[in-house]
Design a protein around this ligand. Structure first.
Ligand code: ATP
Ligand code: MG
Length: 549
């Protein structure tokens, strides 16, 4: 089986018209990612770097052998097809090796962030009923403590540098030692459950989205687009924790589908100098960098002079990209393309850009990716809205492999995410005459003020243009006459706000947007509530507001 997703066609329109999924009947992720490539050629899959200066590299063939050893070991520990296995490992080889071992068995892997605290881990391990978890030694204490309330959890495997595991755990290296390097991969199809990924928890408690083996190839058409269709070459890297769909689905696994090497580095807190040094050292050509991290890279002056970069294309998304990011790339990193992407844990990489095919319109997320039938619909009737009219962004189920199968243990929520043949994203937006998709807001963040519908993102983007503003979150608060009024929680750069700053912010929004869109109320805060991935949690701002009434 040497099947690879390719976007044929000279133009975007041709590629959209001719694209078909055609996934093989027997499809197993581990097979696709590891055994498809010419193993005799010693192709590198992973350049692994560590903060202490150590450097390693792993071929696809080695990852195949190691994941087979782990698959054999996990099977002996009672892991069977369908069982859930947690992975709490930063950017280190044992992270993808564990996923691959699970997929070989037909088990379901569960990526979990090393940044999670006790409660976050407990919720996800318990909700998913994980039977085993592979945890890095740096976070194992938290995992052990979280595990006390997870009755299904039988085994904690600890990844250490010195083979010494704590009493409550089993050492990863001891577990795999002596195990056979051969493993007969389970028979699966693109629909066989492979992974549960929890949503970020921006709007409520995180939900576990169950995906099949087809999920990562489902990301490949978008991967080809935002990397400007040069995916059979280059070196790939993301600073994002290998626990988010953004890191795994936008970069790591699609790169392996195309047999390309990825750089791994457990960075912990994002550091822009380290990021540029890594890109220089490994001649990284393509990267997925979340917007918050890009803003930190923007703090480094004259990066082109300080670093010898091979970077060609960067993709970013998960939240709106502010226009100054594109300007920065043009000015400071001339020649590097930054392409926005849009998707969600439930259905990722639906919309993106590709400069070779069409120009990017600042403020628009791009166009629908071939293979995904994206539309803006009326969420009550399922009817498509005409160009330019706001509705809910949706994607047709069809045979689209990126759409999740269910919210784990939440049949009602699963049912609510579908109308007719459409998966509802919960995001509002428009599609214009030329096919560009514009994000307006999450449907439950929309503010209704004096009869106008205002997306908080637009107001936030404008407020952020003020040089005195570090971060901002905008919500609607109840108001007798206007229904709702707009309130901005502002984190000022200097640490403390002033009435002048409030006035300047109001003027800025009044001038740039519309009279009804300016924040009537402004509250200065030291820190805004954020998800682990750096998204503002407007839900927490609303709760704060209700609490203070
Ligand atoms: P939860 O569903 O738990 O509330 P979440 O929606 O933030 O959290 P994710 O699945 O990580 O969890 O994020 C997907 C969401 O992020 C999308 O539904 C959309 O609201 C937002 N998003 C993603 N890409 C973009 C983008 N390019 N522009 C604007 N918003 C985006
Ligand atoms: Mg969501």
């Amino acid at each position: 089986m040497a099947w690879t997703v390719s976007l044929d066609g000279g133009t975007y329109e041709e590629a959209r018209a001719s694209f078909a999924w055609d996934l093989p009947d027997d499809y197993n992720l581990a097979h696709d990612l590891l055994r498809k490539h010419d193993q005799s050629s010693d192709r590198i899959a992973l350049y692994q770097a560590y903060p202490d200066g150590r450097r390693e590299s792993y071929t696809f063939e080695e990852l195949d052998r190691y994941s087979s050893q782990l698959a054999n070991a996990l099977e002996k520990r009672g892991i069977e097809r369908g069982d859930r296995v947690g992975v709490v490992v930063p950017q280190k080889p044992s992270n993808p090796i564990t996923h691959l071992a699970c997929w070989k068995i037909g088990a379901v892997s569960l990526p979990l962030s090393v940044l999670f605290g006790d409660e976050s881990l407990r919720h996800r391990l318990d909700d998913s009923g994980a039977k085993a978890v592979v945890a890095d030694t740096t976070v194992v204490e938290t995992v052990v403590s979280a595990a006390t309330d997870c009755p299904a959890l039988e085994t904690i495997v600890e990844v250490t540098d010195d083979d010494l595991a704590s009493e409550a755990t089993t050492s990863f290296s001891a577990l795999v030692e002596g195990e056979s390097e051969e493993y007969e991969i389970a028979e699966t199809t693109a629909e066989t459950p492979a992974i549960i990924m929890y949503t970020s928890g921006s709007t409520g408690p995180p939900k576990g989205a169950l995906h099949g083996h087809g999920v990562w190839v489902g990301h490949c058409p978008a991967f080809s687009m935002y990397f400007e269709r040069r995916v059979h070459e280059g070196v790939y890297w993301t600073p994002a924790d290998w626990a988010w769909i953004g890191a795994l689905g936008d970069l790591l696994f699609p790169a392996w589908h195309y047999g390309r090497p990825v750089v791994g580095y457990p960075m912990g807190k994002f550091d822009p100098e380290t990021a540029f040094s890594l890109m220089e050292e490994f001649e990284v050509t393509n990267a997925f960098v979340p917007p918050t991290a890009i803003r930190m890279l923007m703090g480094i002056e004259d990066p082109r002079e300080k670093y010898d970069l091979s970077l060609r294309a960067v993709c970013s998304g998960g939240e709106p990209l502010t226009p100054e990011i594109l300007d920065w790339a043009d000015e400071e990193l001339s020649g590097v393309v930054v392409n926005e992407l849009y998707g969600q844990t439930e259905a990722n990489l639906l919309v993106t850009n590709c400069r070779e095919w069409f120009s990017a319109h600042p403020g628009s997320m791009g166009k629908a990716v071939p293979g995904h039938d994206v539309a803006v619909i009326d969420p009550e009737t399922g009817e498509e809205r005409p160009a330019g009219e706001t509705g809910e962004i949706a994607v047709r189920h069809g045979d689209d492999p990126v759409i999740f199968q269910e919210y784990w243990n939440q049949p009602e929520k699963t049912a609510n995410a579908t109308i007719g043949e459409w998966h509802l994203t919960g995001d509002l937006g428009t599609v214009d005459e030329s096919g560009y998709v514009w994000f307006k807001s999450r449907d439950d963040d929309l503010i209704l003020t004096s009869g106008y519908r205002v997306g908080p993102g637009e107001v936030e983007r404008t407020v952020l243009e003020h040089a005195g503003v570090e971060q901002v979150g905008v919500i609607g608060i109840a108001d007798e006459t206007r229904g709702e009024i707009i309130k901005a929680f502002v984190q000022p750069i200097s640490g403390s706000g002033s009435s002048e700053l409030k006035e300047e912010i109001r003027d800025l929004v009044r001038d740039q947007l519309a009279k009804y869109e300016y924040p009537r109320e402004i509250e200065f805060v030291e820190q805004l509530p954020q998800t682990t991935t750096g998204k503002i949690q407007r839900r927490k701002l609303r709760e704060h507001e209700q609490g203070s009434e």
